[in-house]
Design a protein around this ligand. Sequence first.
Ligand code: HEM
Length: 459
Amino acid sequence: VKPESLSLCPLGTAAAPEPELLCIFGTGDLGRSLGLRLLQAGYRVVYGSRRPHSCGPLPQGAQVMSHVAAAQSAPLVLMCIQRDHYDFLETLAPQLKGKVLVDVSNNIKKNMYPEANAEYLQRLIPAAKVVKAFNTLSAWALQNGPSDANRQVFLCGDSKEAKQAVADMATKLGFTVLDRGSLSVARELEDFPLQLFPEWRLPLRVAVGLTAFFFFYVVLRDVIYAYVVQGKDISFRIMVSLANKVFPIVSLIMLALCYLPGVVAAFFQLYRGTKYKRFPNWLDRWMLCRKQLGLLALGFAFLHVMYTLIIPIRYYVRYRIAARTISDIRENRTSEFDSTSAWRTDSYYSVGILGFATYLLLGITSLPSVSNALSWREFNFIQSKLGYLTLLLCTLHTYLYGWNRFLYPSSYKWYTPSAYQLCLVLPSAVLVLKLLLLLPWVDRSLTRIRQGWERKTDP
Ligand code: HEM
């Protein structure tokens, strides 16, 4: 058998194809960062500038030319200039004809102009193929390359080939491309960077609303009640005692709100007998912000733990213990050891600690760097099974803390239930609903539906 012949020609000496040349208009922060990344990714870069000879420092290896010459030299032009300066581009219409123009611009306010910047660019140069892209990334993210949080590049445009060319380039730079559709979506993309933490907005509102409600509720029931009914000023308790009621209460309710939509969705599927019908919009939105709800809830639980840690060093607590001891000595009184109290307090501390530990595990596994290392099954197992366990432990901790106090009429000040009793309603409901879903025949139906089975409906 004839041995396979080997070429001894060293790699790279054959005529390697010349790297692709891309053009950037604009030598500001964004233009320079983008140019640097492109050069690092193996492209050649030419800048188009009004003053090619005095345009400040540019990445090493890039060329600078006049706008006309630069536009003529490359098939793709990245527009790193402000929309207010677009009008001069009209004079370049002949050179830009048929070229892919990437609009990376943003505005400082919503609705500043009647049309999106990218659509305006397309109107100025109708013979070019405009693609909106990269505008959701900062110059910093472009220069440093994609990180976990900054991996996505949204793009939109009317020309399929132009979008493909931009997508290829973004992929080569290490980004994940998400095609959002035609150029009419450009306005939505331009509004993206103007939104502050969009997916956190709803959870933050829920957290602020619950905190405000429960704060006023406990101030009313504790501080104002003591002042009006007993003539005592205990307003100092707002700082620690009341804060340490409000934070865990908000945390527990938000944890329940994290798992409620999943249970509601399961009941929707059971009721409809299919998984192929869309959930109502409110449920979709709610499901999408579960991670943020959970992380905020963890933050509140953390505050509760910190406030609990300082209980023994509080002046008020030390004073009460000392006063009680002195009065016991003076009156020659011995207080009996109450085994039930010991059991009760130790149990709720212990269950609280276990609940906090699983809570932390939930929070850690929701971080992208950790969840990326888990398989879907592992992630699902932790977030679902461990999630319900956390909810169960924290709810149990609160029940044990309350113990039999719900039997005492004195705990219903002004005929209102204690705040912790109120906060138990939602987590208890979620746990009961989840328990119903775990009943064997319900679980079987749900599993079949989730595997694609559909209940036959009459035509
Ligand atoms: C109450 C300890 C974790 C929810 C309490 C109290 C203590 C305590 C000492 C009574 C506070 C007071 O008398 O003012 C702990 C410890 C924890 C822990 C040591 C873990 C290290 C949690 C977690 C949750 C939670 C993870 C769930 C969100 C509650 C609730 C109350 C409470 C709702 C009742 C608040 C009230 O109305 O006074 N906990 N806890 N705890 N805890 Fe925890």
